[in-house]
Design a protein around this ligand. Structure first.
Ligand SMILES: Cc1cc2nc3c(=O)[nH]c(=O)nc-3n(C[C@H](O)[C@H](O)[C@H](O)COP(=O)(O)O)c2cc1C
Length: 300
């Protein structure tokens, strides 16, 4: 049985990764889970400047999910290079760097800098960030911006370039097409949905930032539908995520057209979930006579 996943010119050993922002840079979780059995660690977003993150509370539980507004807290490029990159370089599974920015130039500069480090397998470009030059609208909501940014990033690296899409758009298929036209090797979806919880006694949002990102089981049907739409729109591989807690959830994404998946919020419940998901995918493939991950496609 072949569980490998090819994205661009590179291969992941298996389809189960852990989602950006829910696994840090891997050092802490590495003490709780056998990293060598993961398909990839999608690292926490890195930005040029260090970011302390937003005011607390940054998280609140919601029905079957949670809201977060971490604010891309990270040590910035210099801190990443000194404190995080050495761990990623020696990590027992591929590392995918998640890149954030406030303007196009930030993304380009960061990718150029990361190329010199070579501590990673590829890039996941977080285009859910607000574009300060476009009045704070997220890069990923405008297909023209997405194609332009992808085109500019493409010549900077030969490593896999994955654009991570926001579901907060009218047609995520159009955004995926723009990423493909710009030269992306793959897309991942979904990032968090917009949500808000209000403390009626205080008459204020529970999370000081107000609107925050919804993740967890509640978003899974949105994620599966998004991946289904994307897979109908583009030929490049799709990495599916959003609310995956069990192998059955991951298999829904694979049947919808994903070539790989990521486990995010579920890690806060049990860090072993990615390995259980991988085992369950293997069993399902055995039971259904599947030899490779492409055997999941074409049923819907
Ligand atoms: C606490 C937290 C932090 C996150 N930070 C990032 C991030 O830095 N970059 C990013 O692209 N996505 C980030 N995400 C989004 C997740 O990677 C994922 O797209 C989303 O949570 C949906 O998957 P899930 O329901 O399995 O968590 C974050 C999510 C959570 C819950």
């Amino acid at each position: 049985m072949d569980l490998s996943v090819t994205i661009g010119n590179s291969v992941l050993p298996n389809p189960v990764g852990v989602a950006s922002g829910t696994f840090g840079f891997g050092e802490e979780y590495g003490q709780l889970i056998d990293l060598s059995r993961l398909g990839a660690v999608y690292a926490k977003a890195v930005t040029l400047e260090p970011r302390p993150g937003n005011d607390t509370p940054r998280m609140v539980e919601t029905p079957s999910g949670m809201l977060n507004s971490i604010g891309l807290a990270n040590p910035g490029w210099e801190g990443f290079k000194e404190k995080k990159a050495p761990f990623l370089k020696d990590m027992a599974c591929p590392a995918v760097l998640n890149i954030g920015g406030k303007k196009e130039e930030d993304y380009l500069e960061l990718v150029e800098k990361c190329e010199d480090l070579d501590c990673h397998w590829g890039y996941e470009i977080n285009i859910s960030c607000p574009n300060v030059k476009a009045g704070g609208l997220a890069f990923g909501t405008d297909p023209i911006q997405v194609e332009k940014l992808t085109k500019k990033l493409r010549p900077l690296t030969k490593k896999p370039l994955i654009m991570k899409l926001t579901p907060n758009v009218t047609d995520i298929g159009e955004i995926a097409k723009a990423a493909e036209a710009g030269g992306a090797d793959g897309v991942s979806a979904i990032n968090t949905l917009k949500g808000m919880v209000i403390d009626t006694r205080a008459k204020k949002p529970v999370i000081p930032a107000g609107v925050a990102g919804l993740s967890g089981a509640a978003v899974r049907p949105v994620g599966v539908a998004s991946v289904y739409r994307i897979a109908q729109s583009v030929k490049i591989p799709v990495i599916g995520l959003g609310g995956i807690f069990t192998a059955d959830h991951a298999i829904q994404y694979l049947l919808a057209g994903a070539s790989a998946i990521q486990v995010g919020t579920a890690l806060f419940v049990d860090p072993q979930i990615p390995l259980q998901v991988l085992e369950g995918i293997r069993e399902y493939m055995e039971q259904n006579g599947f030899n490779s991950l492409s055997d999941f496609h074409g049923y819907l």
